[in-house]
Design a protein around this ligand. Sequence first.
Ligand SMILES: [Zn+2]
Length: 453
Amino acid sequence: MKLLVILLFSGLTTGCRGNSSHSLPPKLLLVSFDGFRADYLQNYEFPHLQNFIKEGVLVEHVKNVFITKTFPNHYSIVTGLYEESHGIVANSMYDVITQKHFSDFDDKDPFWWNEAVPIWVTNQLQENRSSAAAMWPGTDVPIHNTTPSYFMNYSSSVSFEERLNNITMWLMNSNPPVTFATLYWEEPDASGHKYGPEDKENMYRVLKEVDNLIGELVHKLKVLGLWENLNVIITSDHGMTQCSKDRLINLDLCIDRSSYTLIDLTPVAAILPKINTTEVYNKLKVCNPHMNVYLKEDIPARFHYQHNDRIQPIILVADEGWTIVLNKSLPKLGDHGYDNSLSSMHPFLAAHGPAFHKGYKHSTINSVDIYPMMCHILGLQPHSNNGTFGHTKCLLVDQWCINLPEAIGIVIGALLVLTTLTCLIIIMQNRLSVPRPFSRLQLQEDDDDPLIE
Ligand SMILES: [Zn+2]
């Protein structure tokens, strides 16, 4: 019965949503606070973010993609693809065939981005819709000859306030209307690198500032009347872990620099051998016990990090908290990029708006699941991707889902009802079959009559 009521109700609400969507297209704002490690939420206070979550949903851990770096993970969120499939396989890349280089400071060549189609491009190909972006990686590049209708060229010196002003202005006053927008902020990543996540005092201060920015965001959306109808996702690309000068892996102690080209360094080094690959591999293999060394063809399948020309013939993966260096001291106290099964590498996701439940908590999804969910909310046909829409159904009001505690509750409830009914039936049967008080059998006269006359 309960099931029937819920199904009917969800059908009704879906119906209503379908009708209203003609007049008001769904809108989505995707926000990233770079390097927001999932357990900061448990270890620090975030009054503004907690208010946001109270009225929306929280995914406590988002399993991101390997390597757990900024550019690759931001592109996975907006394409639903592993790095080997979308082609942004690191913050520093080299393409052997074209001999092109990619870095944080030289990322504008569409060549690097064109292996995938990000959601802002797909959104814009729909009739009467545009996209807007305030500095999400890739949004200032003409991917498949398309930038968002409204975007800002990347500059870390532009304030959060200016980015927010632009985004809200575009969400309010554009024709065709902006239905998908992104907003990016460099903290708490920058401070996480500088101080390390174990520096409680500095991280407390930085995370309080991040929370205040979330407060500003919500306040502005409310003042402008955008809050009720806008879907807002707040998430991040990766976490952060503590590094130490006592945990250094010095490649110079193992191999001569002249025998390879270093494409990327730490915590995942990308090595392009200049001499025989096996020779380079054999030297690196015995270099340090806190580093895994893989030939490209032997990279574990769980990383989904193999089938792309931009992945180099040898990669080195440092253990958590270890830093690969070239005869240098420790460059930073905090870092990320490590194995994506480490919880310290995971970000969180919170969401609020008409598409999302209120006050719902979920333990985990994959970062590649965010893309099909966003496409669903916006009514877009997703491109082929590595995500699973079903993983996010419990977050959405127009979807039917059973989570584990609910399923256990329903099974226990059903068993209780069945047991009660069985008991009642047994009791009733016992009552009905109570023997009548003994009375002597009276033989009737005709009882002796022969059956056949
Ligand atoms: Zn980052």
